[in-house]
Design a protein around this ligand. Structure first.
Ligand code: HEC
Ligand code: HEC
Length: 297
């Protein structure tokens, strides 16, 4: 805060405290000079009459005590303009102290888990649960709190992998992120006609309802163009995350419309790298959690 705004805030705070103290002093007198205590003030509504009684003593004390407390608070803690308070407290150093305390407690636990291979930790309920909490904090916005994903965000529970589901590959995915890119293919397949043919062939690969004559033409296109990334058999290539098109599990969707859209405009999916967001020990527990998900069903 600049000095000007600091001063501005400080003056407003002072005016408030003084105004409250003045109000208190004025109320202490309480009675109107021309009337004596207990006399009617002349306000009457619905049978309720206002009398000239002083405020209760306890109420005045509570009011006075709260004014005093505010002065003590402003002396000890930040609040009065830029003045940091005599205790030197700040939310940042409180947070840092809590982080240090948590690291002292959890650091050794994380370190012990980090040394064990992931398959050996599968039976350790506490380790998996810790991974689950890390997942809820870091991954669920994209993959869903149940890790089942959604259109464009892969389901991590189905043991069907774009890049691979070994513990090492999952860790690599988390650390470096992933970028699956399919370029727009509309012009390459010769426009809408080619798109319809290729899309029907893709439908046929996983046994979904399709137009057989279009699909037959689509097969030619696929084996001339798409195979480069998806393989001749359409099973995909985990090195570039090109989806397996034969398993009826879909990243973007398996309807004719969505597949046509994918071919027409391409797709680009980004999983951000997490190496600067979570420590290597936490990556290990996250990978354990993801690995465990596809092993329960
Ligand atoms: C900003 C959104 C986002 C966040 C956050 C995110 N992911 Fe992802 N993740 C994606 C997308 C999108 C893909 C698919 C990338 C692709 O198709 O190339 C993906 C892919 C993956 C894969 C590969 C799946 C496969 O089939 O091979 C794994 C494993 C994964 N994420 C785990 C995680 C974990 C664990 C976290 C938390 C540490 C996380 N993700 C956080 C968006 C996200
Ligand atoms: C340059 C490589 C490349 C080529 C060529 C390519 N694809 Fe892809 N395709 C990919 C990648 C990578 C993905 C995964 C995109 C993502 O992660 O979002 C993908 C995704 C798809 C999907 C979405 C699958 C799902 O689960 O939702 C379909 C459908 C598809 N491709 C069909 C085709 C067809 C048909 C062709 C030929 C006309 C083709 N692709 C050509 C790389 C390619």
């Amino acid at each position: 805060m600049s000095d000007f705004w600091s001063g501005y805030v400080a003056v407003i705070v002072l005016i408030n405290i003084v105004a409250n103290a003045w109000l208190l002093a004025a109320m202490r007198k309480g009675q109107s000079d021309s009337l004596s205590e207990g006399e009617e003030l002349g306000h009457d509504f619905d049978g309720i009459t206002e009398l000239n009684n002083p405020l209760p003593r306890w109420w005045l004390w509570v009011f006075a005590a709260s004014i005093a407390a505010s002065v003590v608070y402003l002396a000890l803690y930040p609040g009065f303009g830029n003045f940091r308070g005599l205790l030197g407290w700040s939310s940042v150093n409180q947070w840092e102290a809590e982080v240090r305390k948590a690291e002292a407690i959890y650091g050794p636990i994380f370190a012990a888990y980090a040394e064990k291979p992931i398959p050996a930790l599968l039976g350790d309920k506490r380790a998996v649960a810790m991974g689950g909490r890390l997942f809820a904090n870091n991954c669920s916005p994209c993959h869903g709190s149940d890790a089942r994903g959604g259109p464009g965000f892969p389901n991590l529970t189905d043991n069907d992998w774009l890049y691979g589901g070994t513990p090492e590959i999952i860790e690599t995915t988390i650390i470096n992120g992933r970028a699956g890119t399919m370029p727009p293919m509309g012009p390459t397949v010769g426009g809408e006609e080619g798109i319809a043919q290729a899309a029907n062939y893709v439908l046929s690969l996983s046994g979904r309802p399709h137009d057989a004559s279009l699909a037959a033409k689509g097969e030619d296109l696929f084996k001339k163009i798409c195979f480069a990334c998806h393989g001749l058999d359409g099973k995909g290539n985990p090195a570039i995350g090109s989806a397996n098109l034969t398993d009826n599990t879909w990243l973007h969707g398996g309807t004719l419309e969505i597949i046509s859209e994918t071919i027409r405009h391409g797709r680009s999916s980004r999983m951000p790298p997490h190496k600067d967001l979570v420590s290597p020990e936490k990556v290990h527990l996250l990978a354990l959690y993801v690995y465990s998900l596809s092993r329960v069903e």
